[in-house]
Design a protein around this ligand. Structure first.
Ligand code: AMP
Ligand code: GLY
Length: 424
């Protein structure tokens, strides 16, 4: 039995908590900080996932064997190296890359150069900074819109601008490099070719040499129906992805996943954990839009329910470097998640709205995201409030079930997109 500490407080972590707690290998299970949903599966610790010293204390006090960072922040900040460099923590299995490996997500420039070195298909790009501002503007003026401008570092999902004309592009570029819109994160900027296609998310779990694939998924990022309006953390997800057929996935494997895993190893970069490939299918060819060094949210809310393997066992196999000896089983059922959010999100919204109707929900899994318990009641505590995941013989049926239950859960200002999976 292994004692586990999971870091994070979103729907992703709730889905991971649901899965991990089902394992016969799961000993004492803690989530820091967790939410009202994760309490059903383990013990929430009032601790920020960025508080490394606090995490260290918890690891020692609760005799943690496995540490799983859900979000990217602690990984990019080097939680892996922090643990491995500490005599009291070095025995802990950390599910995630070293600080260097986390640069796949932590620096767009680093990941672009990595892809270049390993001939992994991605959009053509140029890099600019304040010192090359004039050259950047000249490059924008020569480029055909739409023009994609990306802050190099982490910018809480707001660091990418798709500009539809030159003026908009120069404005975004100036804000990033001259006005330090995202501080250090936008000191360097990537300007890249716009790829016109359909996106999907593919997940590998690697031991640094071998890897297994998790089910692929598609998420819906815009707040409005028909993929309109502002970008959000994600309004829903489906799995499997109908257009990711065998021949397409073969290309993804050969051209993207294998060169990535091999590339990390050949460069001596320690990486044991999840790799999230944000892909786009252009005509019939896959390109990398971005890498993430963790699982996606809300993709996890459909990917993990479709993973039939014991996740703790997979983690232990990863630690032994033997992922070549296992195969992942993906459920034949489809899964769909509908994210219920707070009115106003992704702009300003109110928290603390009392939620009800949970006991009437039938046939769906509820993965809490922004929820908390206050005076014995479950209340909203974030923009994305709760993901409703359902299985079905196909995506349509899975979605129908999620929508049935979305109608039942009540809180003031509830909103969700009614058209998740609309293209299929
Ligand atoms: P990222 O943070 O890199 O995932 O970018 C956010 C979103 O911007 C992606 O999910 C895509 O929808 C879009 N995007 C990023 N790069 C490109 C590109 N080169 N071409 C088209 N869309 C892009
Ligand atoms: N759903 C996209 C992400 O987790 O970054």
């Amino acid at each position: 039995m292994k004692n586990i500490l999971l870091l994070g407080s979103g729907g992703r972590e709730c889905a991971l908590a649901w899965k991990l707690s089902q394992s016969p290998l799961c000993g004492k299970f803690y989530i820091a900080p967790g939410n009202a949903g994760t309490e059903a599966y383990g013990i929430n610790l009032p601790l920020s996932y960025n508080d490394f010293e606090g995490i260290k204390k918890a690891c020692i006090e609760y005799k943690i064997d496995i540490l799983i960072p859900g979000p990217e922040d602690p990984l990019v900040a080097g939680i892996y190296d922090f643990c491995k460099g500490d005599i009291a923590l070095k025995h802990i299995i950390v599910v995630g890359p070293s600080k260097e490996g986390a640069q796949l997500e932590g620096s767009k420039l680093w990941s672009k150069k990595f892809m270049e070195r390993h001939s992994i298909p991605t959009a053509a790009y140029r890099e600019f900074r304040a010192g090359s501002f004039e050259q950047g503007v000249a490059f924008i003026k020569r480029s055909e819109p739409p023009i994609v401008i990306k802050a190099d570092g982490l910018a809480a999902g707001k660091g990418v601008v798709i500009a539809h004309n030159t003026i908009e592009a120069v404005k975004a570029f100036r804000a990033m490099v001259m006005n330090e819109q995202f501080g250090e994160a936008s000191k360097n900027v990537v300007i890249e070719q716009f790829l016109d296609g359909i996106e999907l998310s593919v997940f590998a779990f690697t031991d640094g040499t071998n890897y297994v694939l998790l089910p692929e998924a598609k998420d819906y990022k815009r707040i409005g129906e028909g993929d309109t309006g502002l970008n959000t953390g994600g309004m829903g997800a489906i799995s499997p992805v109908p257009f990711a057929d065998e021949s397409f996935m073969q290309k993804v494997t050969e051209r993207i996943i294998e060169p990535t895993v091999r590339g990390l190893k050949s460069e001596g970069i320690t990486y044991q954990g999840f790799i999230f490939f944000g892909l786009i299918k252009v005509k019939d060819e896959p390109f990398v839009i971005e890498y993430n060094c963790r699982l996606g949210d809300p993709e996890t809310e459909v990917v993990i329910p479709r993973l039939e393997n014991d996740l703790v066992e997979l983690i232990l196999t990863m630690q032994e470097g033997k992922l070549n000896e296992v195969r992942t089983q993906h459920s034949a059922k489809a899964a769909a998640a509908v994210m219920m959010v707070s009115k106003g999100y992704p702009g300003d919204y109110e928290k603390g709205k009392v939620m009800s109707g949970f006991e009437k929900v039938r046939g769906s899994l509820l993965f809490h995201a922004g929820t908390a318990v206050k005076d014995g009641q479950t209340v909203t505590n974030g923009g994305r409030v709760i993901a409703i995941t359902s299985y079905g013989d196909n995506i349509k049926l899975a979605l129908e079930k999620s929508y049935e239950n979305a109608a039942i859960i009540e809180y003031e200002g509830k909103y969700y997109r009614n058209d998740i999976g609309f293209e299929f």
